[in-house]
Design a protein. Structure first.
Length: 181
């Protein structure tokens, strides 16, 4: 059983996660130049998802690991490699260590990517909310069970896009930055 950290996720933690995801993408595209050729310029959103995102919102869920998803506009040649999962060290012991990665200084960060079809990259919140609402893939249904918080584009960092805003939601009273409130 993996232990959880209940330390709040702050804006500087979101900044760190964004930088970790950017470094992971750069490394991936260097090691897999064909994927880089197809997807390096197709990124439209990066988000903290699942339990870490839920903890950012409610400060109750706790953090086992941090799941960061990068979303791309799909190329006709082929989708982004959906089985690819990177792993990185958060690099700060603020949230403790992951039980399964004793050599890490901080929690494990899982780095996942997906390409989406028929999205407007200039409207990343709408694109991701549509993806989650439609539930057309196992990944979309899985992500929709918890929460999604934007990391990139930078100007949207910290915006809670899923679950979609409920004006009666206690999180709104906590001053969370919800889309569409």
């Amino acid at each position: 059983m993996q232990s959880r950290s209940y330390e709040p996720i702050a804006s500087e933690d979101l900044d760190r996660l964004s930088a970790i995801a950017a470094a992971d993408r750069a490394d991936l595209f260097e090691r897999k130049p064909d994927t880089g050729r197809l997807y390096a310029d197709r990124l439209f959103a990066v988000a903290l998802c699942q339990g870490g995102a839920l903890h950012f919102i409610d400060r109750v869920n706790g953090v086992k690991d941090l799941d960061v998803w990068s979303f791309y506009v799909e190329r006709p040649e082929r989708p982004f490699p959906y089985r690819r999962r990177g792993k990185a060290d958060f690099g700060d012991p603020k949230f403790g260590q992951s039980d399964d990665r004793p050599g890490f200084v901080g929690r494990r960060v899982d780095l996942i990517g997906r390409s989406l079809v028929n999205v407007n990259p200039s409207r990343p919140i709408d694109a991701l909310q549509h993806y989650l609402r439609a539930g057309g893939t196992p990944s979309a249904r899985f992500l929709a069970k918890k929460a999604v918080v934007m990391l990139d584009p930078r100007e949207l960092r910290g915006t809670v896009i899923w679950p979609e805003c409920d004006t009666n939601n206690a999180n709104s009273a906590k001053g969370m930055n919800h889309a569409r409130c």
